[in-house]
Write a protein that binds this ligand. Structure first.
Ligand code: GLA
Length: 372
């Protein structure tokens, strides 16, 4: 790795609260974590991007003049899509060798894809000698996910991956992209990330389906109330206006309005150091994801139930797109080992799956180090 010129990283992310509302214009509370994708990059003087991986034997060569043609690649799809979107936005792509090293577990709901997309673009910008505009990088990375990888995602993951700050959670307004950083002060408590390890292959289609349901709900509501996105609907308004929606759309809209409200309350709780209140909000969020948004499933529900039943856990919920992946739990710091053992055993006896725990700190988003 010493013969590469730069080491560029972008982070995976957790999300404290605010799930499935980024694409409805809501505010969300993610944070970048120390599980990340690293790109070692050097110019190669050719018209190609040569990709290799520390953990895979594959080697892939992308022709810079044909970047739009690699959709669906088994290996390198995110890199190709990101390079293409960056090029389409008018940026120069320099021929280079990229070695990728990803420590974000794939399909875990911790945004490995965003980490790959964001670090790929940051590496291309670095090698071309461009100043890094992290917000623009996040937006182009999101476009790669949507138009190249086919997941009609919101902006939360790519924004957190690019713009996260060490030891801070972000309060990101997904409508305006205004972002406030709050120190993550949890007193005697810590966050525990747990993977339910259930493979989830329906995520892409189900995710896109949920998103279009919220768009349908918005269109119907706009006939009677002046809102530009679902997050504009207040809790009060939603009580009367959502009555006109078909039952499924009503549930989806109720989740969005409720979750936006929980983010508001969580912000107050975090600022006041009221960790117990924050924990309750995590539990409410999971209930809503399960009953109203219907993006959980047997295994994530069992994992959350096990965590919530532990006496030193203040709250637990599923994170990310859903249908599998990781949960986040708020646990008394000096009881974490006991908590892990308890949850592992309960979850295993309920489902037969082995839960996995990740140690991660809250970290910076993009970082660039010159290796010379
Ligand atoms: C995925 C998407 C995000 C967001 C979450 C759910 O991680 O990429 O944009 O919608 O799901 O909150």
């Amino acid at each position: 790795m010493n013969d590469y010129r730069y080491k560029v990283t972008a982070a995976g992310r957790i999300n404290i609260i605010g799930e499935h509302i980024d694409y409805c214009g809501g505010r969300v509370m993610p944070a970048a974590i120390s599980l990340k994708n690293t790109v070692y990059v050097r110019p190669n003087g050719t018209n190609t991007i040569n990709l290799s991986w520390t953990t895979l034997p594959d080697k892939v060569t992308l022709d810079i003049d044909k970047l739009e043609s690699y959709k669906g690649l088994k290996c390198g799809n995110y890199q190709a899509g990101s390079a293409y979107m960056w090029q389409r936005a008018g940026h120069k792509i320099t021929g280079c060798d990229m070695l990728h090293d990803c420590t974000v577990p794939f399909g875990s709901g911790l945004s490995s894809s965003a980490a790959i997309e964001v670090s790929t673009i940051a590496a291309l910008a670095t090698i071309a000698g461009e100043p890094l505009n992290k917000v623009e990088i996040a937006l182009k990375a999101q476009q790669a996910e949507r138009e190249y990888a086919g997941v009609n995602c919101g902006i939360m993951d790519q924004f957190a991956s690019a713009c996260g700050k060490k030891d801070s959670v972000m309060l990101l307004d997904c409508n305006t992209l205004n972002c406030e950083y709050l120190p993550l002060r949890l007193g005697d408590y810590s966050l525990v990330i747990t993977n339910c390890n259930k493979p989830h292959n329906l995520i892409q289609s189900k995710y896109n389906e949920r998103r279009s349901e919220t768009e349908d709900a918005l269109k119907i509501l706009q006939r009677s109330v002046d809102i530009s996105c679902l997050a504009d609907l207040s809790l009060m308004q939603s009580k009367s206006y959502t009555e006109v929606l078909p039952p499924v759309l009503k549930k989806r809209a109720e989740h969005v309005v409720g979750e936006c409200n929980r983010v508001r309350k969580a912000t107050i709780a975090l600022k006041a150091g009221n960790i117990e209140a924050l924990g309750k909000l995590l539990n409410e969020s999971h209930k809503s994801l399960k009953e109203l948004y219907e993006v959980t499933g047997r295994e994530p529900d069992a994992l959350v139930k096990a965590a919530q039943s532990h006496p030193y856990c203040l709250g637990s919920r599923l994170m990310g797109g859903g249908f599998g992946g990781c949960t986040i739990s708020l646990v008394k710091s000096d009881c974490i080992d006991e908590f892990k053992e308890f949850v592992y055993n309960e979850y295993f006896s309920e489902t037969g799956y082995k839960a996995e725990f990740y140690d991660a700190d809250i970290s910076d988003g993009i970082t660039v180090t010159s290796t010379f």
